[in-house]
Design a protein around this ligand. Structure first.
Ligand SMILES: [Zn+2]
Length: 310
């Protein structure tokens, strides 16, 4: 758990962001650099600032996305405008990005935003790429996102895992929640694949890099089991995570407006139709109760807001 144990090659710099924006990983090589993931669109100015300071005069040549959710690619357009970098995305996103399918990108459907961009190249499982002067192999990482990729550097026993493995868990299992595919089975297969790698350090999409990979894998497998056993619990967890994500962007929402808000966002409506079948007044009340109890939000003066650590 301790950050002191985690040592990264000197040419790799991780900008640890939070939840609205994913981490940004800068890999420098001579006068050039590659960035993995670009954060959320409303944080793009900060992303630009961090990247520019990390570049320290180098040229950002390539931007690679582990997957194309709003918190990982929301800064792409801005970075391309600024640096003229080449954008490389998982091959499963080629058509979706070409059409800018806001539903498949979970933008319109989850009330999230991103500036439109077009990829210059696609990569898939088994592809080799060089980042930061190191050789990386691209691995499939279906589960949280069925098109997601991870990047493995055997020489340094390093994995860039995106949202397939965090120190504590992994991202929302969208395909299972939405009923379009078995994300949980895919997640298990992805975790199995990670377990077979010779690993020293994982750089996740959110949270600090970590070295105790076995413990993280054990937590992730346990979470996958728990979610598989209780579909409603999985749906509640997805509802909470997606709502908190919205709130991180909007800062606050009027408590009185919450039922109508939930009813107006397609993915919340779908979750309610599929798993809860409650009135939106009830759904809002339960959601607020859960999140206040968990310390994630506060309700004050009729406003629902993210709880700030004091
Ligand atoms: Zn994601």
């Amino acid at each position: 758990m301790s950050r002191a144990q985690v040592e990264l090659p000197p040419q790799i710099q991780v900008f640890e962001r939070g939840w609205l924006s994913s981490n940004n990983i800068l890999l420098r090589q001579g006068a050039l650099a590659t960035l993995v993931d670009s954060g959320y669109v409303s944080h793009a100015a900060q992303t630009l600032q961090l990247v520019r300071s990390g570049l320290d005069g180098r040229r950002l040549q390539t931007l690679v996305n582990t997957h194309c959710h709003s918190d990982h690619m929301g800064g792409n357009a801005r970075l391309v405008r600024e640096f003229g970098c080449t954008v490389v995305v998982p091959q499963g996103y080629a058509q979706i990005l070409h059409e800018w399918d806001e539903q498949a990108l979970l933008l319109s459907s989850a009330n999230q935003r991103a500036d439109r961009f077009q990829p210059d190249a696609c990569i898939g499982p088994g592809d080799e790429l060089e980042m930061g002067g190191l050789a990386w192999r691209t691995l499939a990482a279906p589960g949280h996102d069925m098109h997601a990729l991870m990047f493995y550097c055997a020489e340094r026993r390093l994995l860039i895992s995106g949202d397939a493995l965090w120190n504590d868990g992994f991202g929302i299992q969208f395909a299972t929640v939405l009923g379009t595919a078995d994300a949980l089975a895919a997640t298990r297969a992805t975790l199995d694949a990670i377990a077979r790698l010779d690993l020293q350090t994982v750089i996740p999409g959110h949270g600090p890099p970590f070295a105790d990979v076995d413990a993280a894998l054990a937590r992730a497998f346990a979470r996958a089991d728990m979610l598989a056993e209780d579909a409603e619990r999985m749906a509640r967890s997805a509802l909470r995570a997606l709502f908190v994500f919205n709130l991180l962007e909007f800062r606050s929402l009027r408590r009185d407006d919450l039922p109508a808000y939930l009813a107006g966002v397609p993915i919340f409506r779908l979750l309610n139709d599929r798993y809860f079948r409650r009135s939106y007044d009830d759904l809002a009340a339960g959601l607020v109760r859960d999140l206040v109890r968990g310390g994630a939000i506060t309700v004050d003066g009729g406003l629902v807001a993210i709880a700030r650590a004091s």
